[in-house]
Structure formats: structure tokens, C-alpha cells
Design a protein around this ligand. Structure first.
Ligand code: M6R
Length: 357
């Protein structure tokens, strides 16, 4: 039930802090430590390479998950779009492990790959919101998202839940491999939940950003570098699917290799910057597009802000920033769709789960 909310999407955005806290609780043992089933850890530790397979928003969460697994647990990871993987399979490593990420657990493109890799004798974990879903039943192991039902077609809380569960899997796997990590994930996820709450209380800000930048535009570009690039892909998908604005996410440095030709007077550019290592780089990219007339909206993380930034998000652990930097993008997409009189929860041509290949 959406209760007093006008749309499920807004309710589900607001539920994200609670979902973070629920995930921490569900993945904690009696001693208050994060835990993952031993057989899942064994499968992860036996693998020489992990292949993550997903579609849409779940693919974007997977790109973030690759960073976690590689940086925390030191296992190489490839991320693939499910509809491509089955027909254009890369050379697999000797001991591959597959992780399927799917909110619904019913995405046919992902299921086709799961059937194929099971036939090849490989192990698979499904990370899903729906216990008993097809992908969960057909994989060897399941990790649940505990996000509660997601009704709006545009995925919001499932994305952040996927990233949170991937962070826990990576963190616990790292510990089981004897890797010392210099942060306490429970503490960091708690900071994230608090930061999400702060952002969810700033709705008027995001409504006015959407009004200023996106009410009449034909197109919009989202840019970021490194992990912020993955979030910009998700911001663009959110915006295009519910507001029908042609939106694209780009790695900031890639713009000059072609896309910058599309920048005109007033073209909205939404830049996300949460990483110290690329902060100057992305700001340089913003200058390049501003020089060609773009209308920049800069969303920066506290500590990296510059004068004139449009919105500053609370500071969180630098690996985990997608959990928080996506919230402004979700809310901006929501209000853009609202201002343009679009059907927010049920956008045209889309179904909640895509059960055809
Ligand atoms: O249920 P799944 O996570 O497998 O769904 C994958 C995509 O169809 C889904 O994320 C889609 O891109 C959403 N509508 C995005 O908001």
C-alpha cells in the first residue's frame, strides 16, 4: 500500500534508510558481526573469477559490486548484460563463479544465462528481492535483498539494497580470505542510512532542481568518473524511463571523444563527484561543456565541494558513495516526471519484470 504517498516510487525512495538498517540486521550474527553462509563463502573463495550477470538497474548495481569485490576481496570480476552474455559468451576462466543480480528474480534474459551456465556445470548465486523466484530456485545459492516489495517500475530501493548486499558479501569474503580492511562496514552502512535520511528530507531542493533543469529540455547528460560514472548511468536510466527525456550517462573524460558535439546552449549536464581522485578531472569536464553552453548541475560530496555546486551530499566512505549519491538522481527523475505529467509508477512501454527474452 502506498498510504499517504502519491506514488510508490516516492515511498520506495523514502524507504531506503530503513532498508539499509534491515539489511544490516539480517546479515548480522548473534555476536553482531556481518555474516554470509559458509557454503557461499566457499564458492566465492574457490573461484578464480566472478561473472556478474544482470539487466537494467541491476546491471548498474553490478558495476558497483565489481569494485567492491575487486577492491575488498581481491577477486577479479567481469560484469555482463544478460541479454548479451548468452549470445556472445567471453572466454571463461578455469574456475568461474556466476552471480545473478535481479530484483524480481524473473528476468528472462538472466534466466537464459543461468540455464546455460548450469548446463556447463558452473556454480551460481542469485541476489534477489524475491524468495522462491525462478532465478533463486534455479541457482545453487541465494542472497536476499530484504527490501520489501518494489512496486514502481523504476527500481530505487532494490538498487541500493543490491549494492548494500554486495558490499556485505565483499567485506565478509575479504575477511574470510585473511584480508584486513581498515573500516567497519556496519558502522559505515549506518552512516549511509543516516545520510539517506538527510537527503530524503531535502525533497523541495530536488523538486526545484528538476523544475529548473528538466521541465522543458529534450535531452540531459549525466557525467561522472570512476564509481560516479556508474551512478550517472543509473541516473540517466531513471530519468529516461519515467520522464521520457533522452538521457545518457557518460564517463566524464569520454565526452570529448564525440558526445560533446551534442552540447547546445542550455543542455542540462548533471555531474556527480564523490571521489577525491577524480574530482578535479570531472570539474574540468564540466568546464569544457559549460564553455559550449551547457547548464551544469553539480552534485558533490561534502569535503570535495566547490563554490557554485548545486547540491552537497553528506560524506560517507569513499567506496560506498553510490548508495547515497543515487538518491538525488532518483528524486530529480521523480520530480522531472511529475512536472512533465508522466505516469511515474507505470511508464509507457515498460513492465516491472521483463519475462520475455
Ligand atoms: O528484476 P530485475 O532486477 O532483473 O530487472 C532488471 C531490469 O529490467 C530493471 O532493473 C529495469 O531496468 C528497471 N525498470 C529500472 O528501473
Amino acid at each position: 500500500e502506498k498510504g499517504t504517498y502519491p506514488h510508490y516510487m516516492l515511498k520506495e525512495i523514502d524507504e531506503q534508510p530503513l532498508v539499509m538498517r534491515k539489511i544490516i540486521q539480517k546479515y548480522q550474527n548473534d555476536q553482531g558481526e556481518l555474516t554470509i553462509d559458509q557454503e557461499i563463502l566457499d564458492a566465492v573463495n574457490e573461484a578464480d573469477r566472478i561473472y556478474i550477470i544482470a539487466a537494467g538497474t541491476s546491471y548498474h548495481a553490478s558495476l558497483v559490486g565489481k569494485q567492491f569485490i575487486e577492491k575488498m576481496a581481491n577477486i577479479p570480476v567481469e560484469v555482463h548484460i544478460s541479454s548479451e552474455f548468452g549470445y556472445n559468451m567471453p572466454l571463461l576462466s578455469e574456475k568461474p563463479l556466476f552471480i545473478f543480480i535481479s530484483q524480481s528474480g524473473e528476468t528472462a534474459d538472466s534466466r537464459a544465462v543461468l540455464v546455460q551456465v548450469k548446463e556447463m556445470g558452473h556454480k551460481a548465486i542469485t541476489i534477489t528481492n524475491v524468495q522462491g523466484s525462478t532465478l533463486s530456485r534455479e541457482a545453487d545459492y541465494t542472497l536476499l535483498l530484504h527490501a520489501g516489495p518494489e512496486i514502481a517500475v523504476a527500481s530505487t530501493k532494490a538498487y541500493t539494497a543490491q549494492i548494500a548486499v554486495l558490499s556485505i558479501l565483499s567485506y565478509v569474503a575479504a575477511k574470510s580470505r585473511g584480508i584486513e580492511l581498515e573500516f567497519d562496514l556496519i558502522h559505515e552502512l549506518g552512516i549511509i542510512a543516516n545520510g539517506m535520511e538527510v537527503l530524503c528530507d531535502e525533497k523541495e531542493e530536488f523538486e526545484s532542481i528538476a523544475r529548473e533543469y528538466l521541465t522543458v529540455t529534450r535531452n540531459a547528460f549525466f557525467i561522472g568518473r570512476s564509481i560516479d560514472y556508474y551512478v550517472s548511468l543509473e541516473g540517466a536510466l531513471k530519468l529516461k524511463e519515467i520522464s521520457y527525456i533522452q538521457a545518457e550517462g557518460f564517463a566524464g573524460g569520454e565526452l570529448k571523444h564525440g558526445t560533446i558535439a551534442l552540447i547546445e546552449e542550455g543542455t542540462p549536464i548533471i555531474a556527480v563527484t564523490t571521489q577525491e581522485s577524480v574530482n578535479l578531472g570531472i570539474r574540468g569536464n564540466v568546464k569544457e561543456v559549460v564553455a559550449r553552453g551547457a547548464h551544469p548541475c553539480i552534485i558533490s560530496m561534502s569535503g570535495l565541494e566547490s563554490e557554485g555546486d548545486t547540491f552537497i551530499i553528506p560524506e560517507v566512505h569513499e567506496l560506498l558513495t553510490p548508495l547515497i549519491s543515487v538518491i538525488p538522481l532518483q528524486l530529480i527523475a521523480y520530480y522531472a516526471a511529475l512536472h512533465r505529467d508522466c505516469d511515474v509508477d507505470k511508464p509507457r512501454n515498460l513492465a516491472k519484470s521483463v519475462t520475455v527474452e
